[in-house]
Design a protein around this ligand. Structure first.
Ligand SMILES: C[S@@+](CC[C@H](N)C(=O)[O-])C[C@H]1O[C@@H](n2cnc3c(N)ncnc32)[C@H](O)[C@@H]1O
Length: 391
């Protein structure tokens, strides 16, 4: 990784933010996209690239929440110091006075009792810079700003970046209908990548809800960017926005698939959820090929030689259910009805995992929103080595 080396004239530091625990998964996705030199950080991965990479990655990356471009990096001794150093930045070169902006981020520093305070200091520096130069100032807009700056303060060290995505990248643009406990799209994509699904084996989600896991699996298998339906990107509001370059990247991306490279199947107990999932799938050219049905998982009969399951059953947090009973019958169904299956389950319920009655061959700590979860792999074999019982 050459982040400490001098940057070439068109090079910039690009930081892709991930969900906790998925940093390596994001780095692996970047490697697959051709970015060989990556620096894995806490909840983020950094690369050196150009603005073309920023556009490309905003469209193509599946496992990042947002993409930041570094504006400045310096050390401070006080809040006054922060103001002075922030005032040196040529903010007016990034955006126009007609655009609204917001300053957000994270502060871990004993210099500031109020962790929101550094955002106000930087906001003041931006406003003062515009006033000095143009006699006018841009508006602050916290909900839907045109331009978002990200401030990261770690003790005396400050990094100021532009958030080039704006709204988080899990807002893909394909989901219109959601259930009570939908999975974040970036988490769904990260779980699928973490599972190392070969993109060929029949993919099944027996608790599919509004279909997030199935949709991300289909997008991955077809090679269509997860953000192909998304219109909003904050980089379009910047002064340096190159519409021709963006159009080339956007128009060059795959958007249509007339078939799926393998079967992708989902079911859910709720008719309403299946209707929602189908509505979401219809936004994509391949949507009608995802097979869905309203039924309980134990009504699924094995029709394929081998299945690969990635699923998000109820945890008992947002959806009430008899968790031990549900997970126990899921384990029994896997053992007796689904030989030759690799099943990955995300849940926050330790009680549920115990009730499955199978020994997981992998356990990975992950987060679904604020909820600490575990993502576990269960292998059910055919013949003598049929399954690993929980000991
Ligand atoms: C946590 S949600 C799944 C959310 C989904 N990943 C999404 O993004 O929308 C769990 C789902 O399991 C379904 N469910 C509960 N019991 C079931 C059963 N016995 N068989 C199949 N689905 C069931 C619920 O209807 C609910 O939609």
């Amino acid at each position: 990784m050459k982040s400490e080396k001098a940057l070439k004239s068109n090079e910039i530091k690009i930081t892709l933010k991930s969900v906790f625990g998925f940093e390596e998964t994001l780095a692996e996705e970047l490697h697959e996209l051709g970015y060989k030199e990556t620096e894995v950080l806490n909840r983020a991965v950094r690369i050196i690239g150009t603005w073309k990479d920023v556009y490309f990655l905003n469209l193509h990356i599946r496992c990042a929440i947002s993409i930041l471009v570094e504006v400045d990096h310096f050390f401070i001794r006080s809040d006054e110091d922060l103001y002075k150093k922030a005032l040196r930045i040529d903010w007016t070169s990034y955006f126009d006075v007609s655009k609204s902006f917001a300053v957000k981020g994270a502060v871990f520093s004993t210099l500031f009792k109020n962790t929101q305070y550094p955002f106000l200091v930087v906001k003041d520096a931006i406003v003062d810079k515009f006033r000095d130069q143009y006699g006018d100032r841009p508006n602050v807009e916290l909900k839907t700003p045109h331009v978002v700056f990200d401030i990261y303060v770690k003790e005396h060290e400050v990094t100021i970046s532009l958030n080039t995505s704006g709204l988080p990248l899990f807002q893909r643009g394909y989901r219109t209908a959601v259930g009570d406990a939908p999975l974040n799209e970036v988490v769904a994509a990260s779980l699928i990548r973490l599972s190392k699904w070969d993109r060929k084996t029949t993919f099944l989600d027996p608790f599919c809800g509004s279909g997030t896991i199935l949709m991300e699996a289909a997008l991955l298998a077809t090679g269509i960017p997860s953000n192909i339906e998304r219109q909003h990107y904050a980089f379009k509001n910047l002064k340096n926005f190159d519409a021709t370059m963006w159009d080339e990247i956007y128009n060059g991306a795959k958007r249509v698939a007339r078939e799926l490279p393998c079967k992708i199947i989902g079911s859910d107990l709720s008719d309403d959820m299946i209707l929602k999932a189908r509505r979401n799938f219809r936004t994509m050219s391949f949507g009608r090929f995802i097979e869905t049905s309203a039924k309980s998982f134990d009504q699924i009969s094995k029709e394929e030689e081998k299945y690969f399951i990635v699923t998000n059953p109820p945890y008992g947090e947002r959806i009430s259910a008899d968790i031990p009973e549900l997970y126990e019958s899921f384990g029994t169904w896997l053992k007796h009805k689904m030989p030759n299956t690799e099943a990955w389950v995300i849940s926050s319920s330790e009680e549920g995992f115990k009730a499955i009655g199978l020994k997981p061959s992998r356990k990975i700590k992950v987060f679904n929103g604020d909820l600490e979860c575990s993502f576990r792999k269960f292998e059910v074999y055919e013949g003598s080595k049929r399954y690993k019982e929980e000991q």
